[in-house]
Write a new protein. Structure first.
Length: 73
């Protein structure tokens, strides 16, 4: 069975993170078979003080929201 929906999560920023490379590889090979865009749940594209790290990092709620959006696409 072929997976047709993908969510990628990592702690690095969205732009230039390794999730972008994984996403690009998936789209290059599977574009016509995807049922939804590849979703990335990552850190923010901004510098942040370490005291705000819990708000910066992907959380289970952010990941769950991304899964719901992907499934309901």
């Amino acid at each position: 069975m072929f997976l047709k929906r993908f969510n990628i999560s990592h702690e690095a920023p969205v732009t230039g993170g390794f999730g972008a490379e994984i996403s690009a590889s998936i789209v290059e090979r599977c574009f016509l078979r995807l049922e939804a865009p590849v979703a990335r749940v990552c850190g923010l594209d901004t510098p942040f003080p370490h005291v705000f790290e819990p708000f910066y990092m992907p959380t289970k709620n952010k990941i769950l929201d991304a899964i719901k959006e992907t499934v309901n696409f």
